[in-house]
Design a protein. Sequence first.
Length: 227
Amino acid sequence: LRPGEMLGNFLKNVDRAHIRFNTLHAEHLSETSVTLSNRIINKYKNEGILQFYKILGSMELLGNPVGLVSNIGHGVRDFFEEPARGMIRSPLHFGAGLGKGTYSLVKHSLYGAFNAASKVTGTIGRGVAALSMDDEYIARRQAFVRNRPKHMFEGLWQGGESLGRGLFDGITGIIVDPVKGARAGSVGGFFKGVGKGLIGVVVKPVTGAIDMVSKTGEGLKNTTTYL
């Protein structure tokens, strides 16, 4: 496994990074074309730097901190705005606004927290799985991971299944991988399969445990959308 591939497994996923470059509006210009060009270049260079940090802050490896702050910020805004709107109308509407704002704060905070946790563990699991050097196992895991849990109970079920698959693949790989290697490349393939099996007996259960946490967190996150 090349270091670049390993690094790519950790860094390649970005979660909902909204990139925006503002327009440059100018009227009645009285400057040279060189000066204007420099203004435009500097403006978009500075904005490009800001957008780069936004992309960096949306990486799944970091738990998408930009998304986490955005979700919590949404909840905090509703927590103050909803009671303020109700206060203008009547005490009864103030109480309703307070309840609505509190509900929004709790919902968005939980969503942001569980989303961050599932993104971090999902990215780590993908990187650890790559250490197995087993293309068939990696392909099966990727297909399974793409099946997103819709709610908490489905997340718990898929999480348990992830752990069970990891244990099963790791233990059976001790025997299966050397046999596959021998069929593919005689003695050399056999010893290569032995090495792959020994690595897999550690890597695959660990990956399964990480995926269990990720699936559970993702199920909890998606449960908040039903609230």
